[in-house]
Write a protein that binds this ligand. Sequence first.
Ligand code: DC
Length: 239
Amino acid sequence: MSSITPIITVDGPSGCGKGTLSVFLAKKLGWHLLDSGALYRVLSLAAKLHAVRLDNHSALEVLGQHLDVCFEFDENTNVIHAVLEGQDITHEIRTESCGSDASKIAAIPGVRKALFERQRAFLESPGLIADGRDMGTVIFPEAQLKLFLDADPAIRAKRRFNQLQAMGVNANLDDLFLEINQRDIRDRQRTISPLVPAEDAIIIDTSNLSIEEVVARSMALVGGVFPDVLMNQKKRTGG
Ligand code: DC
């Protein structure tokens, strides 16, 4: 059954707009949403809580296998709430230091293996929007539409800065720029599941595009690949 469930993957580096686009698409189409980066972030926070060092690969792998986490999407605020062992940690996982720790543990093969099935389990009818780094290459290679968003690092740093400010998280633009570059290098150059576009991905450079323009381009692509989905969606909303 799951082999025919439609999937759109949205991959790209931090701050390219993929999170905003993914939330938009999930809401518009009424599909499920996987924010895979949040899983790596939650695991890095769980490691801290359980005093597991980031260089203890086997302990991180076990922690990943038993991670007690759930995600709840708030339709009103567009925020995906993360609950770890009963505690709401939505804000804690959004800091740059958590992003940087997530990127470090994401380079460990055992960790990626531990989180593989958990990510696949998000694939449920009527469809899935999967946001991450390796969604189109490794986790959902069968996806019918693969988008890869990219943007100039300075622009991504500024966007992250604005996002964090809006969330009430303190940030420094120069530090963010440095951290984004370090994270890019780590994510793009790691040996396992590096951040690269899938061969059949459509690349959208969002450097000079507003989010509305990114959404419009993506929706045109969605309409081309899933004409029935958009037709049904129009009927439901009377659009
Ligand atoms: O998308 P994000 O900034 O929340 O992701 C945090 C880190 O997690 C990112 O720097 C690398 C890692 N990650 C990954 O390796 N694979 C994914 N599919 C998603 C995130």
